[in-house]
Design a protein around this ligand. Structure first.
Ligand code: ADP
Ligand code: ZN
Length: 289
């Protein structure tokens, strides 16, 4: 069956057609304008492709509770035209097929869990470090929602001893996202992050924050593997730095076979930036069951 996938982001809407095996047959990208600009184009694409179900992974926060009057809405986003927008409802009016809805990072966690770096594992996490920091959590073979959905990019951090930066998060200042997302790196060091590859102190500090977050996630969620993606993680030298600081911080407290080999515990995505879309295909398939 042809399935539709939508990765709804703050800068672009990636729409794709594929199947339940994560095979992507076609993909387009539409700039995120206002709903009245972007929605008709997406609806036309999915209608033309005659999809049997649609899976959406969205920026948020979003309402995922099926019994809520605002289920399927993007709730409080800084993108004003999408605030309190009924994303699922507006697709449902036009597409006569089941629609599944989750966060963009949960969709990516699902993509990795079925097709990528955490394939076959029943408990894993996916973290994107880009314009913001988002965390998807897969526990007991299901995406974690809980009260709302995880917002684990906003956990509070202990500052690096030589970091004088005040943090960029408008809500918390020096939360993980406020200290370690791409825009924070760029404001602190006064240059585009992709031009800072040779500045060792930049990545040492970045690894300090990422390792701290991973330590906290490891102790609370107890994932069997953690996947790191997003623009900042294009700096591949971060991986060994993160593993080293993570080991120092954990200090031998938890001993498992997974933690014995950090090269296999903290890993890059295996899906070349298709993890979100592939997860949306899986969401679409699940909506048919
Ligand atoms: P988004 O989070 O908007 O979906 P990305 O994951 O690509 O998009 O993140 C974009 C951010 O990641 C940029 O603002 C920049 O700070 C950072 N970034 C992008 N490419 C690189 C790179 N090669 N090295 C370091 N940082 C990067
Ligand atoms: Zn925050």
């Amino acid at each position: 069956m042809r399935l539709g996938a939508l990765e709804a982001g703050g800068t672009k809407m990636v729409c794709a057609i594929g199947d339940e095996n994560g095979m992507i047959l076609d993909k387009i990208s539409i700039p995120t304008m206002t709903p009245s600009d972007s929605m008709p184009e997406m609806i036309r694409y999915f209608k033309e492709n005659n999809i049997g179900a649609l899976g959406i992974g969205s920026f948020g926060p979003i309402d995922l509770h099926k019994d809520s009057p605002t289920y399927g809405y993007i709730t409080s986003t800084p993108k004003k035209s999408w605030e309190n927008y009924d994303l699922v409802g507006n697709f449902a009016k036009e597409l006569q097929c089941p629609i599944a809805f989750d966060t963009d990072t949960n969709a990516a966690a699902l993509g990795e869990a079925y097709f990528g770096a955490t394939k076959g594992m029943d408990c894993s996490m996916y973290i994107t470090i880009g314009t913001g920091i988002g965390v998807g959590i897969f526990v007991d073979n299901k995406l974690l929602h809980g009260m709302l959905h995880p917002e684990a990019g906003h956990i509070i951090m202990a500052k690096h001893p030589s970091d004088t930066y005040n943090g960029k998060c408008p809500f918390h200042g020096t939360c993980f996202e406020g200290l370690a997302a791409g825009p924070a790196i760029e404001e602190r060091f006064g240059a585009k992050a992709d031009t800072l590859s040779d500045r060792a102190e930049v990545w040492e500090m970045e690894a300090f924050y990422i390792a701290q977050a991973l330590m906290n996630y490891t102790l609370t969620i107890s994932p069997k593997r953690i996947v790191l993606g997003g623009g900042v993680m294009h700096q591949k030298q971060l991986f060994p730095l993160i593993r080293k600081q993570f080991a120092n911080m954990l200090n031998g407290y938890v001993k498992t076979k997974e933690l014995e080999d950090l090269d296999r515990f903290i890993v890059p995505s295996a899906l070349q930036d298709n993890q979100g879309i592939m997860g949306c295909l899986k969401l679409a398939e699940q909506s048919l069951l």
